[in-house]
Write a protein that binds this ligand. Sequence first.
Ligand code: FMN
Length: 203
Amino acid sequence: MKHLSFYYNLYYIGYQNLDNYIMCCITHTSLRNGRPSARMVLLKAYGREGFTIFTNYESRKGQEMIENPKASLLFYWDVFNRQVRIEGRVEKVSEAESVEYFGCRPRGSQLSARISQQSRPVESRDTLVERYKQEERTFPKDVPKPHFWGGFRIIPDVFEFWCGQTDRLHDRIRFFRPESSDRVDGKVSKMGEEGWAYERLQP
Ligand SMILES: Cc1cc2nc3c(=O)[nH]c(=O)nc-3n(C[C@H](O)[C@H](O)[C@H](O)COP(=O)(O)O)c2cc1C
């Protein structure tokens, strides 16, 4: 079994013609106290370096990723009967990368990102609309990226590829970066490429 040459994802994530569909995932984060939270995000990029999302650093997820830089991503494609689970550590992307991506976003998205104190309460929608209009007047041309907005990269150390089967004996293949305490016995768990080990999980 040859795998993980490129995160196995050309098979699982790289389906063509479904870009919008497949680029959304659920992101789980938590505080150090362990209380979990989840929400949908757009996956803006993925590759050997990890999985990149963009958000407000002061939002709930942003604060959680900063306080406890671990996250999981969850993809599910009903049409393929497939699920991919990813876990890993979180890093902020470079300011230059965030500026570059912010610059490509539609003007409305840029203005909304600037005026939204994401995850915090507001007295009414009117307040947001008023702030938006004010920001439009302040920045009639280019809209600069606010300091509190940018990207996070999840650098995976665990993948689980789940493929549903009609007999319900679903396939679950887990790839992981073995720590010294992990047992990779060569029978149930095997070493793969580039420092990844893999094993089949019971459904
Ligand atoms: C399909 C979909 C895609 C979304 N993409 C993003 C995104 O890329 N970045 C983001 O900050 N919020 C995105 N959201 C909104 C989040 O789900 C969430 O409401 C928001 O980020 C606040 O989450 P938080 O309070 O847990 O930080 C998306 C929502 C949906 C339904």
